[in-house]
Design a protein around this ligand. Structure first.
Ligand code: H79
Length: 419
């Protein structure tokens, strides 16, 4: 039976038939990706005219109602000379992230790629003179990481016909269909023509887009690159996979292909004064929680205007990577495990293996979990290269495993069960 939850509204859900689609195989195997929010908002870093602006950093233009004519001037200042695609891609790899999704155009309308239908892009409007998406595409190909592009298809606060800017434009005079036809479609075409094979297009905030318009975008993507996936946020239940809300983790298992996009602190785009970094242990447990419910974790970094990923993000990603180095087998290519809804414990599965992720280590050297399936034959710690068997007692309704007195890994110790 298909299970879904409120956390995944229909507009962000998965089209019928996609769950049987082998085009998603790499994405299901990956389970963990890096989101990158990078644009002109990084220059403001959460401040406008000397005041700190509340809310998420990439929304500053909207929140402070910055006129297009003023916001545009930022482009002349955007010169991220410390940007190094090789470093970003290698960070993702070291973190254990198998795909990268970067903002090609966020709601502010600025294009981080060279576009023939706009002058408001990194090549035409900034002194930088390099195309970061080109460099990332080359580097991802070299380091074997899949690359996807975030593209804001509905909101565009810069374009006169884009959605969402009511401080510069009279929305009753806007022609959204014309914007899609003359701007969005040509840009999607550029993104899927000029950068080699692209893993996915991450559309966002469908808002006013109609079913026919969502359908036409999906068809365009698949016409240009048949294997390119489309996020559920293209709208109208037409995506290849579903999207939970931003930073939302469903309460239980969801039997769809789905993903949670999430922040390490409280913003996507860089904010100088957001220091509310989640500890690495929390990120690891969130990753496992999501994977145990059948989802992917797309974890964000917000580089500075110089092109540097904040050190607080780097440290945490490397710590997650250290854990993945030891325990990746219990994450990559796994599905939601048979044990659901336990406190302090999560469960993933692959082939004939069940992985118990123990967050709260039991006292007394004895771990008991409900178990009514075929008896557990073998148990061992995934971190133990020697696979020393742990003694197991099958009790019919539960299984009791003899474990070390102290948690081998205080964040998540993985126990492998074989039936
Ligand atoms: O790209 C990131 C966000 O910018 C984008 N999705 C993620 C991946 C996003 N777009 N819209 N939203 C998230 C939800 C918008 C929430 C809002 Fe607000 C509440 C808009 C206005 C009120 C938060 C608070 C943003 C500005 C003020």
């Amino acid at each position: 039976m298909k299970q879904s939850v409120e956390a995944i509204p229909v507009a962000r859900s998965q089209r019928d038939g996609a769950q049987a689609d082998p085009r998603l195989a790499w994405w299901r195997e990956a389970r963990f990706g890096m989101f990158i929010h990078w644009g002109l908002y990084a220059l403001l870093a959460g401040r406008w005219k000397g005041e700190s602006v509340p809310g998420i950093g990439e929304w500053i233009m909207h929140r402070a109602r910055i006129p297009v004519a003023e916001y545009e001037l930022l482009a002349a200042e955007f010169n991220p000379i410390r940007f190094d695609a090789a470093e970003w891609v290698s960070l993702a790899k070291r973190a254990g992230q198998k795909y990268i999704v970067i903002t090609s155009k966020h709601h502010d309308g600025f294009c981080l790629f060279d576009s023939a239908v706009s002058d408001y892009d990194i090549i035409d409007a900034t002194p930088f003179g390099r195309d970061p998406l080109r460099e990332l595409a080359d580097e991802c190909a070299r380091q074997e990481v899949r690359l996807g592009f975030y593209y804001s298809q509905t909101q565009d606060w810069h374009h006169p016909d884009g959605n969402g800017n009511d401080w510069d434009y009279d929305e009753s005079q806007q022609d959204f269909g014309r914007y899609l036809e003359t701007y969005v479609r040509p840009q999607v075409r550029e993104l899927l023509t000029n950068y080699g094979p692209i893993g996915l297009i991450w559309f966002d905030t469908p808002k006013i887009i109609s079913s026919a318009q969502s359908r036409e975008l999906v068809d365009l993507v698949h016409e240009l690159q048949p294997d390119c996936l489309v996020s559920g946020r293209v709208g109208n239940t037409m995506g290849d996979y579903a999207s939970a809300g931003d930073n939302v983790i469903p309460d239980g298992r969801v039997d769809l292909d789905w993903e949670t996009p999430a922040t390490i602190n409280d913003t996507w785009g860089f904010k100088a004064d957001d220091h509310n970094w989640k500890p690495a242990g929390e990120l690891i447990q969130k990753l496992v929680d999501i994977v145990s419910k059948g989802g992917n974790y797309l974890l964000n970094v917000g580089p500075t205007a110089e092109g540097v990923i904040p050190e607080s993000s780097v440290e945490r990603l490397l710590a997650v990577g250290d854990w993945m180095q030891v325990n990746g087998e219990s994450v990559y290519g796994t599905v939601a495990g048979p044990l659901q809804g336990l406190d302090g414990c999560r469960c993933t599965a692959k082939d004939d293996l069940v992985f118990l992720h123990v967050f709260d280590w039991p006292s007394g050297g004895r771990l008991e979990v409900p178990w009514q399936a075929a008896p557990v034959h073998t148990a061992f710690l995934l971190a133990d290269d020697k696979r020393t068997p742990l003694s197991v007692e099958n009790r019919g309704v539960s299984v009791v495993i003899s474990v070390p007195q102290r948690a081998p890994d205080p964040v998540d110790t993985v126990i492998v069960l074989k039936q």
